[in-house]
Design a binder for this molecule. Structure first.
Ligand code: GLA
Length: 406
């Protein structure tokens, strides 16, 4: 072989390897252009799940109007597992899921919904069930055969593992199994997933677990779970990493799980301002009118699901009253006052005097040359314009959430 042929062959082989590497080692794109929306079993039911519950939840998602509002994924969390067979294939718990996962997936798909499942990068899940370590490709293949659309992948029992590598392995396993699945990275922000998650998964948890309280945390000894305001504060500095297809995940919703209505409303509003995945975590078969109204507030959801995909930012904070902004398509903005105090607060905001600039995403709110109408996203009515200062009383642990409409 002459030199030219040698160089040509080497170049060709390199290109082929590069292209095939790219094809097998990429996450499925286009699955989460806006933050994923759905339901997950963990916050309310923990390990107490079975196929009857999951089917009833799927029915309720459709009948309650949640599907119409955008909640599409029905996600099983930990504890669906039975044992691995002699060939290493994982099976669901035969008593709790006697019809098998394929049948459950078919049922959920027949309702026009999608199904999510849970596994863990370690030998065992956090609930002590079989994890995927050493079985990544086999498990991804099994999920693909069952018809799974979404995988939440946890981080218990992973001593000695490199997080980025472990999540790349399951990403590659999903790709080679051939079925598009949203990959939800759940390592609690321990290894800065915002720095490497974009090419690996579609969302990454930024914190430890949420708990159903507004302003407290629960100490479990070796770990803590966090109330809404604690989780909110932990999002500082992360917005630059989020965007269409790759989201910061401040954990699933606790709406309808015991907080007061105004706290639930504030929690939901702030998750919308954060462009967070909206994964309900309550018993939606038996929810109050108020809970349903919060979860299906289409005007608030439109803020979360805005196609620009820009995570909102805290503009100011004084006396535990925070002002948040989120740039939206078409030069519109979402605005939210969060009152973290135990008492109601009066508030004045003069649009003509404030300078609202989002330097990271190069956006500027121009109230000098434009008049925006102020749409109250909870009252569902217009409440003024940016020509006049906004005067409001925001109840304790509640929000005033507006859309600045052109
Ligand atoms: C971890 C996760 C939770 C949940 C449980 C299940 O704590 O962060 O969201 O999945 O495991 O055991």
């Amino acid at each position: 072989m002459n030199n030219f042929k040698k160089i040509f062959s080497i170049a060709l082989i390199t290109i082929v390897f590069f292209i095939s590497g790219k094809l097998t080692a990429q996450k499925y794109e286009g699955l989460a252009l806006t933050p994923p929306m759905g339901w997950n079993s963990w916050n309310k039911f923990a390990c107490d799940i079975d196929e009857t519950l999951i089917k009833e939840i799927a029915d309720a998602i459709v009948e309650s109007g949640m599907k119409d509002a955008g909640y599409i994924y029905v996600n099983l969390d930990d504890c669906w597992h039975g044992e691995r067979d002699s060939l290493g294939f994982i099976h669901p718990d035969p008593e709790r899921f006697p019809s098998g996962m394929k049948a459950l997936a078919d049922y959920i798909h027949s309702k026009g919904l999608k199904i999510g499942i849970y596994s863990c990068a370690g030998y065992k899940t956090c609930g002590g069930r079989p994890g995927s370590r050493g079985y990544e490709y086999q498990d991804a293949l099994t999920y693909a055969k069952w018809g799974i659309d979404y995988l939440k992948y946890d981080w218990c029992n992973t001593e000695g593992l490199c997080a980025e590598g472990a999540y790349m392995t399951i990403r590659d396993a999903i790709r080679s199994a051939g079925r598009p699945m949203v990959l939800s990275i759940c390592e609690w922000g321990d290894n800065q997933p915002w720095e490497w998650g974009k090419d690996v998964g579609h969302l990454w948890r930024t914190t430890g677990d949420i708990t159903n309280c507004f302003d407290c945390f629960v100490d479990h000894g070796t770990w803590k779970s966090w109330g809404v305001t604690y989780i909110l504060d932990m999002q500082e500095g992360l917005r630059q990493y989020a965007g269409p297809g790759h989201w910061n995940d401040p954990d699933m919703l606790e709406v309808g799980n015991g907080m007061s209505v105004n706290e639930d409303r504030a929690h939901f509003s702030m998750w919308c301002m954060l462009a967070a995945p909206l994964i309900a975590g309550n018993d939606i078969r038996n929810m109050s009118k108020e809970t349903l109204e919060i979860l299906t507030n289409k005007e608030a959801i439109a803020v979360d699901q805005d196609p620009l995909g820009i995570q909102g930012f805290k503009y100011s904070s004084e006396d535990s009253v925070e002002i948040w902004f989120k740039p939206l398509v078409n030069d519109e903005w979402a605005f939210c006052i969060l009152n973290r105090n135990e008492t109601d607060k009066e508030f004045v905001f003069d649009w003509q005097k404030e300078k609202v600039i989002d330097e990271l995403f190069d956006k500027k709110l121009d109230t000098q040359n434009k008049t925006y109408r102020l749409r109250d996203l909870w009252k569902h009515e217009f409440v003024g314009t940016t020509d006049e200062p906004l005067k409001a009383v925001v109840p304790s642990h509640d929000v005033l959430m507006l859309r600045l409409v052109k």
